[in-house]
Design a protein around this ligand. Structure first.
Ligand code: AGP
Length: 606
């Protein structure tokens, strides 16, 4: 989604803005632009395409020289990616960058046209800029407050007024924005990595709060114009965590960071070999008292929830309903005050997940967020928060966030199962100790890299693939399939292996490779039968299974043998080769692995 940055200080504003926008590239974008106050005039440079295009354009036009400015990477929603639709938008007096969607922009636009304004772009953002101009009173905060009263939707805005050349303004509702606090310089940004090179200190801006950012101070107001006093947060990771560190892509770096990410996530939640969530404010007794559990999320995070469902139901025998957030929020779900809603989100800003959380709260359910980004909207809204400690995940394709989300699912399942008396303390300790061993096993699975690279070379020319599995293996297949399609652009589906013959097997030909996951001993024979069915119809089969599984000759074309571990924990191990296969297939295709087309890292619109 769109990225916003802003700077006030002594450095070259253009350089800082471009540098910060580069750090937000991972969010996904199709055009970029900046506005800088140069000798009292707002100078705008923007164009379609990558930041490199903007740099080229400025090399030709001349780089804006100044110390105060705002910048933007746009992920198109209203109007195609084009030079005109790129942000910033505005006129000589006010200019705006925006992330989010203005729902009533048509009405505002019609009103402004009737007042004599004209529009050049198809964007909703231009209406905000012109509305600010319309309400301009000479007092920017007053003007912003008046304008916000007219706007419906979600937004993070960076604003500059020509008459106030020493400052920028920031305001947000439901879209992320932070204010970076430097030494005689201050920033705004959609996400912390944008400003890490300059400062690790930042303020969280809440919905309907306005920040006035000058070189030496930042002032916050609510929409009643009362001044607010906010505490400073400090990012607990360093700039290296947001750099590639010698890896060719962030995705590969993040796959390699998984053992440590899991260790860092689970270790603080284990004491005496038992899960311990007292720091998060809940315990086994509290968890065990819920009637049913909803796990709601999007994409990869939802797939982590699928693993959670299998494990919680198997161990604790509590019903778990997993839902895609965008479906949950519109299907009048049967959730009430006896239920627990767990939302899972790397970014903590996903619009649909946040809306689902709000719906659950409005129905009286308790809510728990499993979130990676500290202080994110979802983390702030949930009743209970379990932070995953993956560090910044830059690659759009989620890997380490998925892994830590699953690790939390396991710990919660153990805690729950113990809480409801389904497992003894000794059993719970044994499971928890096995989970503690997992980082080393993930490391071992990363050692399958060359094998995965070879498999990728066999898949790279495929047009379509199937991932199959049963039970936990099916849950994992969903993630394997998503990973492949989002970065390699090869179509793929995940299918419950037993369901194939009810229709989908008609797709199988020698041109449809099948990746089968078979790690669950009680299901492995059945999955192998399904593999034989597709093999008999010509499919090339890649089998991912445990070391001990007996596979007759000719059943699979390639077998990836996983290091041994308790089979319930297998998804954490089997995920690694699936990630690596997707990664190397995308590399072989020459794709932009970390920034796949059309995708955004943080989906802050519906
Ligand atoms: C996964 O590779 C994707 N980037 C995507 O499915 C992602 O998991 C989804 O958009 C949810 O994001 P969140 O975890 O930040 O809420």
């Amino acid at each position: 989604m769109c990225g916003i940055v802003g700077y006030v200080g002594d450095r070259s504003c253009t350089d800082v803005l471009l540098d910060a926008l580069e750090k937000l590239e991972y969010r996904g974008y199709d055009s970029a632009g900046i506005a800088v106050i140069e000798q009292g005039v707002i100078k705008v440079e923007k164009c379609k395409g990558r930041l490199a295009n903007l740099r080229d354009k400025m090399a030709f036009d001349g780089k804006p020289e100044g110390h105060v400015g705002i910048g933007h990477t746009r992920w198109a929603t209203h109007g195609e990616p084009s030079d005109i639709n790129s942000h910033p938008h505005g006129n000589k007096r006010v200019t705006v960058v925006h992330n989010g969607i203005i729902e009533n922009y048509r009405q505002i636009k019609e009103f402004l046209i009737s007042e004599g304004y004209s529009f050049v772009s198809e964007t909703d953002t231009e209406t905000v800029a012109k509305l600010l101009d319309y309400y301009y009173t000479g007092d920017p905060v007053d003007t912003i407050i008046k304008s916000l009263a007219e706007i419906k939707g979600s937004y993070a805005l960076g604003v500059m007024f020509r008459d106030f050349p020493d400052r920028i303004f920031a305001v947000r509702k439901d879209s992320p924005l932070i204010v970076g606090k430097g030494d005689h310089e201050n920033f705004i940004a959609s996400d912390v990595p944008a400003i890490m090179k300059y400062t690790r200190d930042y303020y969280l801006l809440d919905t309907n709060e306005i920040a006035v950012i000058k070189k030496d101070d930042v002032t916050f107001y609510n929409i009643h114009r009362e001044q607010l006093y906010k505490s400073v947060h400090t990012a607990d990771w360093d700039v290296d965590a947001a750099e590639k560190g010698g890896y060719e892509h962030f995705m590969l770096k993040e796959i390699n960071e998984q053992p440590n990410a899991v260790k860092t996530t689970i270790t603080p939640r284990i004491s005496d070999s038992m899960p311990d969530f007292t720091a998060e404010g809940f315990d086994a007794a509290k968890l065990g008292a819920y009637n049913k559990i909803f796990i709601v999320a999007c994409g990869t995070a939802m797939h982590a929830g699928m693993v959670g469902k299998y494990v919680i139901e198997r161990l604790a025998r509590i019903p778990v309903i997993v839902d895609i957030a965008s479906e949950f929020r519109y299907r009048d779900p049967l959730i009430d005050e006896r239920d627990l809603m767990i939302v899972i989100s790397q970014s903590g800003e996903t619009a649909d997940t946040k809306a689902a959380l709000e719906l659950a709260k409005s129905r009286g359910a308790d809510t728990m967020a499993v979130v990676n980004v500290k202080g994110s909207s979802i983390a702030r809204e949930a009743d209970m928060v379990v932070y995953t400690h993956a560090g910044p995940e830059i690659s759009v394709a989620s890997t380490k966030a998925y892994m830590v989300q699953i690790s939390v699912m396991y710990l919660l399942a153990f805690e729950l199962a113990y809480g409801v008396g389904r497992i003894s303390k000794e059993q719970c300790q044994k499971l928890t100790e096995e989970l503690q061993e997992i980082p080393d096993v993930i490391q071992e699975a990363i050692g399958l890299e060359n094998h995965c690279q070879y498999v990728a070379s066999k898949l790279v020319n495929a047009d379509s693939l199937l991932y199959i599995g049963r039970g936990l293996d099916y849950a994992l297949s969903m993630e394997g399939s998503l990973k492949l399609k989002e970065i390699s652009y090869i179509h793929s589906e995940s299918y419950a292996a037993g369901e194939l013959k009810h229709g989908t097997i008609s797709l199988i030909t020698e041109n449809m490779p099948v990746i089968a996951v078979a790690t669950q001993s009680d299901l492995v024979d059945k999955t192998i039968s399904n593999i034989k069915e597709v093999k008999a119809r010509g499919a090339m089969v890649i089998l991912v299974c445990g070391k001990e599984v007996v596979v007759e000759d000719g059943v699979a074309d390639h077998i990836i043998r996983l290091p041994e571990v308790d089979q319930m924990l297998m998804p954490m191990v089997a995920a690694v080769p699936l990630q690596l296969i997707a990664y190397y297939t995308a590399v072989l295709k020459g794709n932009d692995v970390d920034k796949p087309r059309n995708l955004a890292k943080s989906v802050t619109v519906e």
